[in-house]
Ligand binder design. Structure first.
Ligand code: SAM
Length: 312
């Protein structure tokens, strides 16, 4: 369906938990929300079914860390059974991906985005608080073996912290058909507000002039580039320096059953009150989507919680 600005909203990002097994320095402290506060599988699938009746065709499962939920494959399987949902993706830190890649593929997952901010062990540990880089790299291999596609590696660069490793991350797209994407550090209260740390997409192009823009750009969120001899692509996601809100297609469902029309603001609207009334829930979903804000306001007022709650 279209929102009041005429944008086609067809993409639902579902944060199935705020729990996380990492503590990335730019993401906000992982909430230790109790499992019982998280929507059960059946309720998530019922809500997604109602969203699909309102025009949602694409779903991404995220968190916190979605793979800490033991029922994550059941959630994928339940969503896969909804005929209007065309693609299901999952965004993970990859720590548990080695054991989940095949079961997720078998449950009907299409693609996976893995957050990988550095290929250097000590830098990775500094950024995430855990010494698990090897597990994540094995998880990426397992995702390739399982047939998940596309596989995208997402990195947040911070000046003086991990930006000297950008060339090693770019190199991962050379000999494999995977995308390596650089997401600009976004400011949420208490995290990511240090503008001096942000590495913009344009700065990456200045540092790596061998990158050439691809003729076809699949959406407004990421600008894709290639280079001689590369099998994969390099993507730049620049929500701060190149705002793309006018072409936003997404809304978010949080793990407590509330809908967040925009990641940049605190506003979220509870759906649990409509538990046994799909028609009323769909009507409420339509109202919320229609009222989606024009765009973020990173320069001004912003949401009070990090992406660990919203899900990226
Ligand atoms: N745990 C999963 C993961 O690590 O990908 C999914 C949740 S995490 C919140 C989703 C994405 O948000 C990650 O790629 C992370 O790097 C990104 N992210 C978190 N905080 C951010 C910030 N302040 N600016 C930019 N990206 C951020």
């Amino acid at each position: 369906m279209k929102d009041k600005f005429g944008r086609e909203i067809d993409y639902l990002r579902i944060s199935i938990t705020t729990r996380c097994n990492l503590n990335c320095i730019y993401c906000g402290k992982a909430d230790c929300e109790k499992k019982e506060q998280e929507l059960p599988t059946g309720t998530i699938c019922d809500i997604v079914r109602d969203f699909s009746a309102c025009g949602i065709k694409k779903v991404r499962i995220t968190g916190g860390e979605p793979l800490v939920r033991a029922d994550v494959c059941d959630i994928v399987r339940g969503i896969r059974a909804i005929p209007e949902i065309e693609t299901i993706g999952l965004t993970t830190n990859g720590v548990l991906l080695e054991q989940y890649a095949q079961p997720l593929f078998d449950a009907g997952l299409d693609s996976v985005n893995v957050s990988l901010d550095s290929t250097d062990g000590s830098t990775y540990r500094h950024l995430t608080g855990a010494d698990v880089l090897d597990k994540v790299l094995r998880g990426i291999k397992a995702a390739q073996t399982a047939g998940l596609s596309p596989i995208r590696l997402n990195a947040v660069l911070m000046k003086g912290v991990n930006d000297d490793g950008a060339k090693d991350l770019i190199a991962l797209a050379k000999d494999s058909p995977i995308d390596v994407r650089f997401i600009e550090l976004m400011p949420f209260s208490g995290v990511g507000e240090d503008n001096d740390r942000r590495v913009t997409g344009d700065e990456i192009l200045r540092r790596f002039p061998f990158l050439r823009p691809l003729d076809t750009q699949e959406n407004a969120t990421a600008r894709y580039y290639t280079a001689d001899g590369f099998q994969g692509r390099i993507g730049l996601i620049s929500p701060v320096s190149h705002q793309f809100c006018d072409q936003c297609r997404r809304v978010r469902l949080l793990s407590d059953g509330s809908v967040k029309p925009c990641l940049a603001f605190d506003d979220s609207f509870d759906l649990t009150a409509y538990e046994n009334d799909p028609a009323a829930r769909q009507a409420r979903i339509r109202e919320i989507i229609f009222q989606k804000p024009a765009g973020h306001n990173f320069g001004g007022d912003k949401t009070t919680h990090g992406l660990n709650r919203t899900g990226g």
